[in-house]
Design a protein around this ligand. Sequence first.
Ligand code: ACO
Length: 428
Amino acid sequence: MSDIAKLQVGDNSYEFPLIKGTENEVAIDIKNLRDVTNGIITIDPGYKNSGSCESAITFLDGEKGVLRYRGYPIEELAEKADFLEVSYALIFGNLPTQEELDKFHTDIRSHAIVDDDVRKIIEAFPRNAHPMGVLSSLTSALTAFNPSSVNVDSKEEMYASIVRIMAKFPVLVAWTMRKKKGMHLNYGRNTLGYIENLMYMMFKKPNEDFEVNPIIKNALHKLLILHADHEQNCSTSTVRIVGSSHAGLFASLSAGISALWGPLHGGANQAVLEMLEAIQADGGDTAKYMAKAKDKNDPFRLMGFGHRVYKNFDPRAKIIKATADEVLNDLGVDDPILNIARALEKEALSDPYFVERKLYPNVDFYSGIIYRAMGIPVEMFTVMFALGRLPGWIAQWKEMRLNKEPIGRPRQIYIGETQRPFVEIEKR
Ligand code: ACO
C-alpha cells in the first residue's frame, strides 16, 4: 500500500501522509488540511472515524474482540495481576518489578488520607445525591486542598500528583458510599493492601471486626482491572481534552467522571440493573422486552448490549460473566436477576436483529450483578467503574502532557443565520 492518501476537491488534488501504528492501524494525517486547502475541514460527529492522538497505552480491535494494556492481553492481566500492578503498567508503561511496586504502594500509602474539611463538604450533600455527582465534586474540590497538583512541569511534580490521587480517590469512593448508606466516614488501615484497604473503608462496620472476604477481594481486582482503560472513549477523551488546557489532573479527572456518568457510557451498569429489576417487577417476561428493544417506535434499548467499537464479543464481558458465576456461587447468592440476565443474553445472541447489528453483551451487562452481590448500592456502580478507570485516565492525561499535545479545539461548519441587522425589541 502506498503511504500517501490523495484528496481531490474540485480541480485541486492534495496529498496527505499515512500514519501506521504498531498493530498496523492506518490513519490519514490531515494535520495540515486547512492550511493547504485554504480552510477545508473534515466533519465527523461522534468522532466515529477520527483519531485524536497517537497513543502507546491501550490497543483494542473491536472486530476481533482484542484488548491489551501496554501490550499485555486483558485475559492474562485479569487472571494473574493485581489492580495496583496493572495501574502501574498503564501509567508508567511496563509491569513493575517487586521493588517498583513496593515503592509505588508506599508512596500511595503516605497520602491515603484527605484533609478533614473534605468531610464537611461531603456532609453538606443531601443523602439522596447521586454518588457520581458527589464524586465528581469531591475530586474537583481536592484541587483546592492540593494546589501543588495543578502545575506539573517536572516529572517529580507529575508523579506527586499521580500518587496523591491514587491514594485519595479510594477514600472519596468509600465515603461517597458510606454517606449514601448513612455510615460513619472512616479512614483505612495503611497495613492493608490497596484493595483490602478500599474494602475496609467501604464495608467496615463500627461494631464489628473487619475481615477481608477473599472472594470479594479477587472479584474487585478483576472488575477494576477490566475497567482500567479503554483508549479514547468518551470520558478518557474528556480527561485528555480538559487536561490539554493545562487544567490540573484532579480537575481533568472530575470532568471525566461527569462524562462517565451518562447511561450511554459508564452509567450503563446502573441502567442494566435497573432494567433487570424492572423486567423482574413486570413478571420477568424477557421476550416482551426483547420486542421493545427491537421496536423503532419504542425508545427502550437493551442496556448492556452493543458497543461503539466492539462489533464482536466484548472480551471483558466474557471474563466478567465467569466472575459473576463464581462470585454468586461462592457467596451462595441466588439472584433471580441473574436468571433474567441469562435469558436476555441467550435470546439476543440468537435474534437476527441483534446478530445483524453485532450487538453483544458489553462489560456492564454483568458487572452490576457482581456489585449487587457484594452489597454495593446500585447508584454506586458507576463510581466503582470510575475507580477502575482512574489509572487509565491518569495514564492518558500523563501521555497527553508529556507528548505536549496542543489544546483540544475542534472546528465546526456553521449552519445558522448569515449576518442580519439588530431589531429593536419593540419592533420584533
Ligand atoms: N438495544 C437495541 N438496539 C440497539 C442497541 C441496544 N442496546 N444498541 C444499538 N442498537 C441498534 C440501534 O438502534 C441501531 O439500529 P439501526 O441501525 O436499525 O438504526 C444499531 O443498533 C446501531 O446502533 P448505534 O446507536 O448507531 O450504535 P453506536 O455505536 O452509536 O452506539 C451504544 C453504541 C451507545 C453503546 C449503543 O449500543 C447503546 O446505546 N447500548 C446500550 C447502552 C450501553 O450498554 N452502553 C454501555 C456501553 S459500554 C461502556 O460505555 C463501558
